[in-house]
Design a protein around this ligand. Structure first.
Ligand code: C5P
Length: 396
């Protein structure tokens, strides 16, 4: 694990303040020192004892406490990272204008650490021109904005404005501390699962949710790369700040990859691509009344895009493939990976296990990365974001 950081978690007064407990907890669980600075109204939503128990430190609210130790700036000066979650519309306005009328304001102004804010408010307030301008101002100053997500809000409302989930906020905050070591690189990432149509309403597909590919695109973008995300049926939102190209079938994914690859410094093929497609796509819906009790589908092979790309290497371009296997035994899984990397000819292969309950649609992943020569270069086990960062470290 990395060195413990001194993290200030600022909480402002919105209903999402209850989820800020999860943010503080996640930092503590990852071994960091947390100091909560809550506004008066935040403490109307979540109790001080809860925050003190979770953060393992006193919760600061008062500007006029500890004046002799110049407390109003000390926390900010000593912070490695400042995270405001939730950031209400009011707090965003105060941050944009540089207000220092409470301890959160003075702490932030006194800090030179990366500032990460997670807005949370009703959709109308989020979309209001004043809020949009405040966000633009903060972004221009280098503040990292996480979310908001779209979903259920307080009451019966739903739409954009829901605070990002605690784990996502912590991942983004820790990412803000990472060097922009991929600045100037152009990285193509494929994500999701292709679908091969049988008729206008049916397809052959797979269970890939696109989470690992999206985590790769997001991580590469956070690290400064210019990212093209070729996405097939993502179940999670594409990250902001990447160029999204949506595709449906393996053939479309191939066209997308071949169009983007010539100018890329790296191609990371995380998508699950259908190996076969129906030989004939029926123009009309296939009807059981016509087929009877059995239906035979004839499938033909799809092109292997990874192998095709690897067969025409470009000097300086790194091609990374994935192998999702159901093999239970670790040594046999590795052997399958070694054989596949040799067969495909890519520079690296990220090998992971999948099954009925493993790999797909989960937040975590465990992988072994093998080189073309068959050597194990890295193992990574953690959130899909952590695995993504380990994969991108190969591009150094
Ligand atoms: O052979 P297998 O499907 O296990 O290979 C997986 C890797 O190859 C993934 O990186 C996937 O994106 C890529 N692939 C491909 N074209 C296919 C099938 C898989 O590029 N038709």
């Amino acid at each position: 694990m990395s060195d413990p950081l001194r993290v200030v978690v600022g909480i402002s007064g919105g209903i999402a303040a209850y989820k800020a407990v999860g943010v503080a907890r996640e930092f503590v669980l990852r071994g960091h020192e947390v100091h909560v600075v809550a506004t008066e109204s935040a403490l109307r939503f979540v109790g001080r004892p809860t925050l003190e128990a979770i953060s393992r430190n006193p919760v600061e609210t008062e500007l006029f406490d500890g004046v002799a130790e110049v407390r109003h700036v000390a926390l900010g000066q000593s912070a490695d990272l400042v995270v405001v979650a939730p950031a209400t519309a009011n707090t965003l306005a105060k941050l944009a204008a540089g207000f220092a009328d409470d301890l959160l304001g003075t702490t932030i102004l006194a800090s030179t650490a990366p500032l990460v804010v997670a807005p949370a408010m009703h959709t109308e307030m989020w979309q209001n021109a004043a809020t949009r301008e405040n966000i633009a101002t903060l972004r221009r100053r280098g503040v990292h904005i996480v979310g908001p997500a779209s979903g259920h809000l307080t009451g019966n409302d739903s739409g954009p404005g829901r605070m990002a989930e605690p784990g996502e906020i912590v991942d983004a905050a820790l990412a803000a501390l990472r060097p922009r070591d991929l600045a100037g690189r152009r990285i193509v990432v494929t994500a999701g699962g292709t679908r091969e149509p049988l008729d206008p309403v049916r397809f052959l597909g797979n269970r890939s949710s696109g989470r690992q590919g999206v985590a790769l695109a997001e991580a590469a973008s956070d690290r400064g790369a210019e990212v093209v995300l070729i996405a097939a049926h993502l179940e999670v939102p594409a990250p902001t700040g990447v160029e999204l190209r949506e595709v449906a079938t393996a053939e479309q994914l191939r066209e997308g990859v071949l169009a983007a690859a010539p100018s890329a410094d790296a191609v990371v093929m995380a998508a699950a691509v259908a190996d076969y497609r129906p030989e004939v796509v029926s123009e009309a819906k296939i009807k059981k009344e016509q087929q009877g009790d059995e239906l035979t589908l004839r499938l033909v092979r799809n092109p292997d895009i990874l192998a095709e790309l690897s067969a025409s290497p470009v000097e300086g371009r790194v091609v990374i493939g994935f192998a999702a296997e159901t093999e239970g035994d670790d040594a046999a899984l590795l052997e399958l990976g070694r054989a596949k990397v040799a067969r495909k000819g890519c520079d690296y292969l990220v090998v992971n296990r999948v099954g009925w309950s493993e790999g797909f649609a989960t937040e975590r992943n465990a992988v072994v990365i093998v080189s073309r020569a068959g050597d194990i270069v890295t193992r990574a086990d953690g959130s899909k974001r952590e695995v993504a960062d380990a994969i991108l470290d190969l591009l150094h």
